[in-house]
Every structure is written in structure tokens, then in C-alpha cells.
Design a protein around this ligand. Structure first.
Ligand code: ATP
Ligand code: MG
Ligand code: MG
Length: 362
């Protein structure tokens, strides 16, 4: 099939690689310039977006911030209705959607204006996180507040645009469910993975090492099915959760939803018989999922702002480095390294060892 992907960053490139893996033709669109290019060739083809859309049998995206002009050209060949997908680019609509579906999230309130935000902060009895409704990623456009703090600075930043005020959750850990759904409504999900963030940005993911109570996987997959059914979603999607409580009392609160392949699924490139990009391409092309996803314990460490990956890691038989070919900048995701690991202690030791050499946040 001919597959067109909106976006040519690392997620688009890895989707393209997977499309080729399964014998499809794939073109990527730089959504800032509308230039069309083949996978892993950063030079544009003499082709308009309209021509690429005509060429494609199916169109998908690496990021859900779909421009109205692109939706207009591509919508016929998207497999999921974009009006619902676009709800997930606005935190107010996303939280409301979860509420409507009975999917539990952290308690929240919406504000439209600076005055409404000021009132919410004056009324709160507890620590909160303020998030802009639109546009934030990697912890950007977020502010923290607790009663007694000076509000002037927060109001100046957070009051500029509509947003939400969310209770600060004292979580045990953060996890995500990455999975896929096809047009027939069949789903295929990985086990929950554990995610550790530093300053709001994903630092590392532990996969296949979870000591989480089994009922949480069931709760996560139920939320996944309910949400993707509601969206008539086709492809890979990720849900980020907070785990609160322990043992039998443990439960999940949704943090946010990403209707696309996700950084917390990158471990699957090395640790599974079918990676998250393969799941997405299989979904788009109506190709069966594996009967079983066979997972090997894997640690994924992000390379953030660091201009290179140490030679030791290129030489390590247990390490699988990925480099995205982007210009280094502090706080920017430039690559990741997947490690084959034996156990959680070993994985945490490796994460601690490599976080500082591989991650320059500021
Ligand atoms: P992403 O890059 O994952 O899209 P984002 O910018 O959309 O990130 P969130 O996922 O909302 O941001 O928040 C980033 C991180 O900040 C979370 O993973 C978590 O560690 C912390 N955080 C966010 N909201 C809360 C909350 N309500 N309580 C506690 N911690 C929170
Ligand atoms: Mg987000
Ligand atoms: Mg997040």
C-alpha cells in the first residue's frame, strides 16, 4: 500500500521504517513546510501535499496537532475521524471526554480567563498543577502552585490562555499503556510500563519488569478499549497514568492520552516481537496482530540535549542506541538507548549511570 505520514520527525521516520519493513511505500510530510519526502531522505520531492494525498491509499500522523488545511486535504484517507482526535489536543476537551466515558483522571477544573484562574487558585486547599489547554509537551506550559504561594507570576504566565487546574497527585509511580486498535475494533496492548520523568520530560522507561498488581493491567486495557472505541481509532495510541495506592488498593488515574506512537513505547523496538510502529502500520493496513506480544525486559533511556552517545554504549552488546539526526539543543529529545536487562535493580542502576551523561535538560 501507499502510506503517507504527516510529520517527518523521529516518530514519522520510525513509522516509515516500519512501513518499509512490511513492504509498503511510504512518504513523509514536513508539516511546517508541506514538503513531501521519502523515508530517511531529508530532501523534498517535487510533489505537492495534494499530489501526495492523491497518491496515498491511507494517511496517518506522527503528531496529533493537525492543521485545518491538512485535515481538509487528507481527511478522506484518514482512518479515524479527526473531529474526535482533535479533542485530544485540548486538555479541557480531553478531560471532559474521559469524564464522559467514566475514565478516572486527576480532579480538575477549567478556566477561560486570568480572573477565573485567580479565583480557582484562591479557592484551592491543596497543591495543584496548572496546564495550558493547548500546545504543551515535555512539561512545558505548566505551572505548580500551593496555597500560600505568590500568584502574580503564575497568573502572568498561565493566565494568558485557557487551561486547566488539576490536583497534584502524590503518585506511587507513573505508567503508560501503549497499544493499537484496528478497524474491526480488535486491540493489542503491551504490558504497562513504568515511566520516570525529570522536570516534566520522560527520562526513562522500564518495560517487562513491572511489579504492579495484575488488576491494573485490566483497568488500563478497559480504559484503552473504551476510549479507542469512542474515537473509532485505528493505530497505535498511548495512555499515561498515575498509580495511586498500593497492593489491592492500587488504582490508575489517567494523566493524558496521545493518539499516536509514543516515547514510552520506544523500548519495543528492541524488546518485543512487534514494535509500536509495526503495530501502527499493521493497524493502518489491516494486517493481523501477533497472537502474543513477547516482551523481554528492557530499559529505554532518552538522550536529551546531549550531543552524542558514549562510545561505550555503541560497543555494549546489551545496548541498542537510536540517534534521530536532529540538531542538539538542551531539553530536546535527540535519541534513545534501549538496554536488555535482567532485573529491576540492574535496570535502575543502568538508568542512574546513564541519565546524567545522556541528558542535558537546561
Ligand atoms: P508529554 O511530553 O508526556 O506530552 P506534557 O507536557 O503533556 O508531557 P504531562 O504529561 O501533563 O505533560 O505532565 C508531565 C509530567 O509532570 C507528568 O508525567 C508528571 O510527572 C508531572 N505531572 C503532571 N501532572 C501532574 C499531576 N496532576 N500530579 C503530579 N504530577 C504531575
Ligand atoms: Mg502531553
Ligand atoms: Mg505526558
Amino acid at each position: 500500500m501507499n502510506i503517507l505520514i504527516l510529520g517527518n520527525g523521529q516518530l514519522g521516520q520510525m513509522l516509515g521504517r516500519s512501513a518499509v519493513h512490511y513492504g509498503h511505500a511510504c512518504l513523509l510530510v514536513d508539516t511546517k513546510t508541506d514538503q513531501v519526502m521519502p523515508v530517511a531522505a531529508y530532501e523534498a520531492l517535487p510533489m505537492s501535499l495534494q499530489q501526495a494525498a492523491d497518491w496515498a491509499d491511507v494517511i496517518s500522523w506522527e503528531h496529533e496537532q493537525l492543521a485545518p488545511a491538512h485535515v481538509q486535504i487528507c481527511a478522506d484517507k484518514f482512518l479515524s475521524p479527526t473531529d474526535k482526535i482533535l479533542m485530544l489536543t485540548d486538555r479541557q476537551l480531553e478531560k471532559q471526554l474521559c469524564d464522559d466515558l467514566g475514565i478516572v483522571t486527576s480532579p480538575w477544573s477549567a478556566f477561560q480567563t486570568r480572573d477565573e484562574l485567580a479565583q480557582l487558585l484562591a479557592d484551592t486547599q491543596q497543591a495543584v498543577v496548572i496546564k495550558a489547554a493547548q500546545g504543551g509537551y515535555d512539561g512545558r506550559s505548566q505551572w505548580r502552585y500551593q496555597p500560600g504561594d505568590d500568584t502574580a507570576q503564575i497568573l502572568q504566565g498561565a493566565g494568558q490562555q485557557p487551561g486547566i487546574v488539576e490536583n497534584m497527585i502524590p503518585f506511587e509511580c507513573e505508567v503508560s499503556l501503549v497499544g493499537a486498535r484496528n478497524a474491526a475494533g480488535t486491540t493489542c496492548c503491551y504490558p504497562l510500563v513504568e515511566n520516570v520523568h525529570t522536570q516534566g520530560i520522560l527520562s526513562y522507561t522500564l518495560a517487562g519488569l513491572s511489579q504492579l498488581p495484575a488488576h491494573l493491567q485490566q483497568q488500563a486495557e478497559q480504559a484503552f478499549q473504551r476510549l479507542t472505541d469512542e474515537l473509532s481509532y485505528v493505530g497505535t495510541l498511548a495512555i499515561e497514568f498515575f498509580v495511586v495506592g498500593e497492593g489491592n488498593e492500587a488504582r490508575l488515574l489517567v494523566n493524558e492520552v496521545a493518539p499516536r506512537v509514543h516515547n514510552s513505547g520506544h523500548w519495543s523496538l528492541s524488546g518485543c516481537n512487534c514494535d509500536q510502529f509495526d503495530l501502527h502500520i499493521r493497524s493502518l493496513t489491516n494486517t493481523p496482530y501477533p497472537k502474543q506480544l513477547a516482551t523481554t525486559p528492557t530499559l529505554m533511556v532518552n538522550v536529551i540535549g546531549s550531543s552524542s552517545i558514549a562510545e561505550e554504549l555503541w560497543q555494549d552488546a546489551c545496548a541498542d542506541p537510536y540517534w534521530y539526526g536532529k540538531a542538539p539543543r538542551a531539553g530536546r529529545k535527540l535519541g534513545h538507548v534501549n538496554f536488555q536487562v535482567d532485573n529491576k535493580a540492574n535496570a535502575k542502576g543502568l538508568a542512574r549511570k546513564w541519565q546524567s551523561p545522556l541528558q542535558k535538560l537546561a
